[in-house]
Design a protein around this ligand. Structure first.
Ligand code: FES
Length: 210
């Protein structure tokens, strides 16, 4: 085992990889709002008998929660307070964690909304899925399901194993162990100026999937 393995979960190959819990990995601090959202999702999916149960089952909850469509055409994006996101919510260079507007049959799905000048995008970005300089990606890391909650400059960073994603290139992987990009969410502006999805994420959310 290498020295680095004192603080990792075996992803370097010296050990059988295990999925880290974002609650047991001290580097993987989840934003409190996301934590509350996850617990709300857990509460909606299972009868929660103890605190340990939802924590242990978090990764499974993500897998199950995202196994079917989360967003669909016309679903509005809302902030952590449930307020709809408008075309003026973010300035260029800013980002925000958003969610699908709750409605029956739809689960919460932490989503990273970013805004850049339109000509800043390139590479793997699905430009037809951006609008007004906004692009949105799943916040669930494709490596082991932690929240991609940090940044280094403009690079999105997952704190669990320092996976890095470029938000101006379709959230493609630019560092660390994640096997693929964060899936992009297709966006448009509604007639009343709110950001809405035009469909579900353009790829599997979280670990697994190709
Ligand atoms: S969960 Fe390992 S880099 Fe994100």
């Amino acid at each position: 085992m290498s020295d680095d393995c004192d603080t990792c979960d075996g992803c370097c190959g010296d050990e059988e990889p295990t999925r880290p819990s974002i609650y047991t990995d001290a580097r993987a601090e989840m934003e409190r709002r996301d934590y509350a959202k996850v617990l709300a999702t857990v509460g909606g999916l299972t009868a929660v008998g103890s605190l340990a149960a939802p924590l242990m089952g978090l990764t499974r909850v993500f897998e199950r929660g995202y196994s079917g469509p989360v967003y669909s055409d016309g679903v509005a994006l809302v902030d952590g307070e449930g307020e709809r996101v408008t075309e003026d919510t973010l300035a260029e260079g800013e980002q925000l964690t958003v969610f699908p507007e709750p409605r029956p049959g739809i689960a919460d799905a932490p989503t990273l909304l970013v805004r850049y000048p339109e000509d800043a995008y390139g590479g793997e970005t699905a430009m037809e899925s951006t609008v007004g300089g906004y692009a949105a990606y799943s916040k669930v890391c494709t490596h082991a399901g932690c929240m991609v909650s940090d940044t280094e400059g403009e690079t999105l960073v997952c704190p669990c194993h320092f996976g890095k994603f470029d938000p101006t290139s379709g959230a493609s992987v630019v560092g660390g162990p994640p096997p693929r990009a964060l899936p992009q969410l297709p966006l448009t502006l509604s007639s009343d100026g709110h950001l809405v999805a035009t469909g579900d994420f353009e790829g599997p959310v979280g670990p697994g999937g190709e």
